[in-house]
Ligand binder design. Structure first.
Ligand SMILES: Cc1ncc(COP(=O)(O)O)c(CNc2co[nH]c2=O)c1O
Length: 409
């Protein structure tokens, strides 16, 4: 597999040329959000400049063009994750809203006391808090698949925990804290053995590696545009057509209806049934452009580049005696991020020192507080990589540790 032309890629991101105090930014916070290449920005500008209009096929030319662009963005995303057409692709605001859509539209209506919701201990709050609250409101029990000492899911525990009382298994595909790549297809298979649904949170997977929802056989799958070189304000809920057909919408309004009378309303076709009001049109155009941009690079190449950087960062940090790394050793089941702590230095202080070197990393619990409680640390510092990052940037990260030691340790 030919490696990425990182320099050519970086030329498409003017933001990466920015300097603070005379130092060029080193952007290593991609798990929070990725940067946006010129082709994506230009596609959205072109939309606003040339064919901005509201969708749902107004009679005039501009609306026709905007409607087609909006609809075709669904087709492009479906193709990207190997879904069976636009009917299985609902545009949401983000991954969080996609989780809430299933929780409110299916969970609130179907779950009852005695039912069980199975999550993992490494869930992001988008999934964990959502299903935890749905459990409280429906009386369903929430259980957590344990994370073992290597930072991987304990699959024996998963097989023990998922039973015929399980109605849904909601699991992160790639952990945004540990980097762990979970066995999405195996989890789905176990869920299906017990007639439970499988919902994968792919916010850290779709941007970073090839994802085939059909091969995984997921019932639901969620991800965000802003983590895959696309715009903020748009996410995706993939759902099997037959499931989405059965589900009642939980947000009502225009665009999602078929017929409305004073007494009753009926719902429109998929996916529009779940897309009330004026949708994120420019964002959909941007997401389409981001998918095209990523596919031109090739998702296998994206994955290889990220895993190589994560492995390099892991090895360099591992070689530091006073650094503790969380998650599996570098390899095929670690995605493109590394969370760690420097002994004697709080993550926030370390990250502030990093910022003095114009290195952008993330400190905190990464919206996985229960996982940090389990790790026994209040916070961690996370470096996360994308297609425009280099080994030299990893070297800068490691070099900055010395300043922190001098100041805090
Ligand atoms: C695994 C995972 N799930 C869900 C979300 C929520 O995505 P959103 O709805 O688009 O915000 C994130 C975002 N994670 C992070 C956002 O900022 N730092 C992070 O690690 C995530 O990493």
């Amino acid at each position: 597999l030919e490696s990425l032309d990182v320099e050519a890629i970086r030329q498409q991101f003017p933001i990466l040329q920015r300097e603070f105090d005379g130092q060029q930014v080193v952007y290593l916070d991609n798990a929070a959000t990725t940067q946006t290449p010129d082709p994506v920005v230009n596609a959205m500008s072109d939309y606003y400049r040339e064919y901005n209009a509201n969708v749902h096929r107004g009679i005039h030319h501009l609306s026709q063009e905007a409607s087609i662009a909006y609809e075709e963005a669904h087709d492009r995303v479906a193709e990207f994750i190997n879904a069976d057409g636009r009917e299985e692709i609902v545009f949401t605001k983000n991954t969080t809203e996609a989780e809430n859509l299933v929780a409110y539209s299916w969970g609130l209506n179907e779950l009852e006391p005695g039912d069980e919701i199975v999550l993992t201990e490494m869930e992001h709050h988008a999934s964990l808090v959502t299903w935890q609250q749905i459990g409280k409101r429906t009386g369903a029990d929430v259980k957590y698949i344990q994370v073992d000492e290597t930072g991987r899911l304990d699959m024996d525990h998963a097989r023990e925990l998922i039973t015929d009382d399980t109605e849904i298994v909601s699991a992160v595909h790639v952990s945004n804290t540990l980097g762990t790549v979970n066995p999405a297809a195996e989890l789905t298979e176990i869920a299906h053995e017990h007639d439970a649904f499988s919902f994968l949170d792919g916010a850290q997977a779709v941007p970073n590696r090839p994802v085939d929802v059909d091969a995984i056989d997921a019932d639901f799958y969620a991800f965000s545009g802003h983590k895959m070189a696309g715009p903020t304000g748009i996410g995706v809920l993939y759902g099997k057509r037959e499931l989405l057909e059965e589900m009642e919408p939980y947000l009502y309004g225009g665009g999602m209806i078929r017929k409305v009378t004073f007494e009753e309303s009926t719902w429109g076709d998929l996916p529009w049934k779940f897309e009330p009001g004026t949708p994120p049109i420019a964002e959909a155009v941007g997401l389409h452009a981001a998918v095209d941009w990523l596919e031109e690079i090739g998702m296998d190449r994206v994955r290889t580049h990220e895993e190589a950087l994560a492995a390099y960062a892991y090895d360099r940090l591992e070689a530091e005696d006073d650094v503790e790394i969380y998650g599996p050793e570098a390899g095929s089941d670690r995605g493109g991020l590394v969370s760690f702590n420097l002994e004697g230095v709080h993550a926030h202080d370390l990250t502030s020192i990093m910022n003095d070197h114009t290195i952008a990393v993330r400190a905190g619990d990464h919206c996985t507080q229960p996982l940090h409680d389990k790790l026994g640390v209040p916070a961690s510092t996370r470096a996360s990589f994308y297609v425009y990052n280099t080994r030299e940037e990893v070297d800068e990260l490691v070099a900055a540790l010395e300043d922190a030691r001098q100041l805090f340790a």
